[in-house]
Ligand binder design. Structure first.
Ligand SMILES: [Mg+2]
Length: 381
């Protein structure tokens, strides 16, 4: 069997899908994307496809090595995300060829259900209580929210109090048997992060995500030591070597993105690396259905898996959502906040190819917001 064709599709709200077809008619799907840079990743996939066409799709490990390393320059979000989407599609082809789910090819399931969390985005404490209650009523046992919007380099007492009030509102609505995770989104300086984390301790968040920007990783050991809240990070780390110092710093939760950190192959290895540090895996996934399907395959076969992000109802997605491009939405019908394990081959989802081809004709040009402080200087989004 040989790879005959590699295609990409730029689909709303902000995704890029990849379709790999073999000369025997087996088709695999992947989601190679960097949010806001989808066209750039599309070009990277086109370049990598020059090598792939004519190759045996089942030599996944070798293709990963060649695609990641044979260009001499390596790493970074664009190349690692291009490789990630291709890797997902190759695993999909392998599963369909062998008649097995990807988790079975990776050693078999270690669990039957996967806990997922829902996003709440409201800025006002009153709205947060309402949104959290709606997710609890939908069966979710955990939610995640942003800690704050645009944030001063040194948080004022009012800003710090606002973060605490929002998380407290969520905690009140959740009670003591459910969880709230707080995403700092790299919006806080190390000094502000330390201050805010101290105050959040009594509210017992599940974890605090990206309290520091990835380029401030050298400050992680001190922050972990000072924080009463478990620290999570990883959506902007692109491989094992970038997770190593974060894990050594003592993060509690590793959050590789299946569409950024080299795909199923590399995230499987990152999970094992995390296990040696006693850290849990919670794959980042505010993305589309193929990235989530790939994430769930990892979740079902990873012992040190914690919880899965998913994008239903997320504030970024307007024109289309998680279920827009699937023939059958059953794989993402969550019961009591859990995804159920199925025996379907490959990634376990059937992509609606007609819908994808139609959506690609209009495409999208999604960009993240550009924020500025009151004095006109750049602010982290
Ligand atoms: Mg995040």
């Amino acid at each position: 069997m040989k790879i005959a064709r590699v295609e990409t599709f730029l689909v709303p709200p902000r995704w890029l899908f990849c379709r790999i077809e073999t000369d025997e008619g087996v088709v695999g799907w992947g989601e190679p994307v960097v949010e806001g840079r989808a066209e750039v990743v599309r070009t990277a996939v086109d370049v990598l496809a020059e090598y792939l066409v004519g190759q045996d799709p089942l030599r996944i490990q070798d293709h990963w090595q060649v695609l990641s390393k044979a260009g001499f320059y390596r790493g970074g979000p664009v190349l690692s995300s291009a490789v990630a989407g291709i890797d997902q599609a190759l695993w999909d082809i392998a599963g369909k060829t062998y008649g097995a789910p990807v988790y079975a090819l990776l050693g078999g399931p270690v669990r039957d259900t996967v806990r997922v969390y829902a996003w709440v985005g409201g800025d006002e404490p009153a709205r947060i209580a309402e949104e959290v209650t709606a997710q609890v009523e939908a069966g979710f046992t955990a939610v995640k929210m942003n800690a704050a919007g645009r944030t001063s380099p040194m948080t004022t007492p009012a800003e710090t109090a606002a973060v605490v009030a929002r998380v407290a509102a969520a905690r009140d609505a959740l009670g003591p048997h459910r969880d709230v995770a707080v995403d700092f989104h790299g919006r806080f300086t190390p000094a502000s992060a330390r201050r805010v984390l101290q105050e959040l301790g009594p509210l017992h968040p599940l974890f605090a995500e990206e309290p520091l920007l990835p380029e401030h990783g050298h400050a992680l050991p001190g922050l972990v030591a000072a924080s009463p809240v478990p620290i999570a990070t990883g959506e902007r780390l692109y491989g094992r070597s970038e997770f190593l110092p974060a894990l050594a710093a003592g993060i509690a939760v590793a959050q590789p993105d299946l569409s950024h950190a080299g795909g199923i192959s590399e995230v499987h290895r990152i999970a094992s690396l995390a296990e040696t540090y006693g850290a849990q895996l919670a794959p980042h996934c505010p993305l589309g259905p193929i990235a989530l399907a790939a994430s769930l395959q990892i979740a079902f076969c990873t012992p040190n898996f914690l919880i899965q992000e998913q994008s239903r109802g997320i504030h970024y997605n307007r024109e289309a959502d998680l279920l827009s491009y699937l023939v059958d939405t059953e794989p993402f019908r969550f019961t009591e906040g859990q995804a159920n394990r199925a025996e379907l081959p490959g990634l376990g989802v059937t992509v609606d190819e007609n819908a994808v081809r139609a959506a690609d004709r209009s495409g999208h040009a999604w960009r993240n917001p550009l924020w500025r402080h009151d004095d006109g200087s750049f602010a982290e989004w």
